[in-house]
Ligand binder design. Structure first.
Ligand code: SDX
Length: 429
């Protein structure tokens, strides 16, 4: 793929010198100034905290149009994928660049089950964690520990072995997530079953126990597939950039994913889905459901509080994933006959945000984290597991981005520059 068009040059005129910089566009006509020669030509660097205006790579994986609210994985629209595919099809698509045919789907599904067990020694890790351990901490530890149980295959064999690594990470980390939940509630862990598909296996490991004969509800399995698809990739977001930064140093895939899990944990990133529920619960208990106080707090520049699940670095319109998540939340709760006051409150809060100039002027809309937690909650998944669900969904995207970085013949170790503003040289007395 990799469609690039050269668009001539941009001129930087400074201090009596004109520097010519190439301009190019990608397959969706996004334009960039290539500044790779800037420091050599001018002695200057660019300054862009948070990389708001800075592209780190060219990528074939995911396309986002933040103004139009478009999200596509390998050219397929998110609504199409969420409606017609299973999560493992989308995982395959992100890693391999094409949707699997029936044979590839069956093989991938069978491999996921084959690699779904954790090494028994890893199971004992859970005995050492306190019951209240946050499952994102255990998930990150499990991810990097996989490299000790499954020693890194050298990079030469990376391509041949990528399906092993992909299925191990996708499958074993899903198992580890369910184990950490069981440990936290003092229940016996439930092993994966060969006869169950990816999402069904997760729900069974989470909710079966010797005295409840749990049956996986197909409505919930379908909803979980959709939720994981919505989270599967999002181009150069914070955690994907961390996975690639760690990988750019030559660290193995398990270590890179472990770092990405930690970045996702942050409340400004994937951790927001947990904080949305906690925020809604606080509105219900402390403000009797009145959303205006929390809106005023979010607008108050002297208050560091941010409205969780609202705003986005790229989407300056309604996050297309949030639209799907909102409708799915209503459908799942209606099917389950669940009436959660937090759902009505969330809709009230959304209406207040959309009607308020402060948010409109800054193009702040609900993002993916605003409604997803409400569906997880209806499924019986505890709040502190919501970001783990985000990580399980995002796993194939992280892997696809990491692979693309590793396969780039011009790839270099990630190492941003800075402008020093500290002390001039001074002697030690
Ligand atoms: C994810 O990058 C991705 O793709 C991420 C993600 C993915 O799939 O990987 O989409 C997943 O992380 C979604 C975002 C989840 N986080 C939250 O919901 C936390 C709340 N949102 C904000 O913290 C914020 O909107 C960010 C972190 C998401 C984006 O921050 P930016 O791009 O750095 O925006 P900013 O801080 O520069 O804000 C611009 C303005 C500021 O006001 P002014 O200084 O211009 O007056 O908008 C304000 C901000 O104060 N603002 C908010 C706000 N978000 C931005 N004000 C109140 N509440 C908010 N939530």
């Amino acid at each position: 793929m990799s469609k690039i068009n050269d668009l001539g040059i941009a001129k930087l005129i400074y201090d009596g010198k004109t520097t010519e910089l190439p301009v190019f566009e990608g397959s969706e006509h996004e334009k960039a100034v290539d500044i790779r020669a800037l420091r050599k030509e001018t002695g200057m660097i660019t300054y862009d905290p948070g990389f708001v205006n800075t592209g780190c790579c060219k990528s074939d994986v995911t396309y986002i149009d933040g103004e139009k609210g478009i999200l596509r994985y390998r050219g397929y629209d998110i609504n199409d994928l969420a409606e017609k595919c299973e999560f493992i099809d989308v995982a395959y698509l992100l890693v391999h660049g094409a949707l699997p045919n029936e044979k590839q789907h069956a093989e991938f599904s069978s491999n996921l089950n084959l690699h779904s067990l954790l090494h028994e020694d890893m199971r004992h890790f859970f005995d050492a964690y306190p019951d209240h351990a946050h499952p994102m901490a255990t998930l990150s530890a499990m991810a990097v520990s996989l490299s000790t149980f499954y020693p890194e295959l050298d990079d030469i064999s990376l391509q041949e072995n990528i399906d092993y690594k992909v299925t191990r990470l996708l499958s074993k980390l899903r198992t580890a997530a369910a184990f950490s939940f069981k440990k936290s509630i003092g229940h016996p862990i439930v092993y994966p079953k060969r006869s169950l598909k990816y999402c069904e296996n997760f729900l069974n490991m989470m909710f079966w126990n010797p005295v409840n004969d749990y049956e996986v509800d197909p409505v919930l399995a379908k909803a979980l597939n959709k939720l994981l698809i919505l989270h599967a990739d999002h181009e150069q977001n914070c955690s994907a950039s961390v996975v690639k930064m760690v990988g750019s140093a030559g660290a193995n895939l398990y270590a890179s994913i472990s770092a990405g899990i930690c970045a996702l944990w942050g409340p400004l990133h994937g951790g927001a889905n947990q904080h949305v529920i906690e925020m809604l619960q606080r509105i219900l208990t402390e403000d009797e459901g009145d959303v205006h106080r929390i809106i005023e707090r979010a607008k108050d520049k002297n208050d560091p509080f941010r409205l969780m699940g609202v705003g986005h670095r790229v989407y300056k319109s309604y996050d297309p994933r949030a639209k799907v998540a909102k409708q799915m939340c209503k459908d799942v709760l209606a099917t389950m006959g669940v009436n959660d006051p937090l759902v009505d409150l969330a809709q009230k809060l959304e209406e207040a945000v959309l009607a308020d100039d402060y948010f409109a002027e800054r193009s702040l809309y609900p993002n993916i984290d605003f409604y997803t937690g409400l569906t997880y909650r209806a499924m019986g998944i505890p709040t502190n597991m919501f970001t783990v669900m985000f990580a399980i969904g995002r796993m194939p995207g992280w892997i696809a981005q990491w692979l693309e970085m590793r396969e780039d013949p011009h790839g270099r170790i990630g190492r941003p520059r800075q402008i020093y503003t500290g002390h001039a040289q001074r002697p030690v007395i």
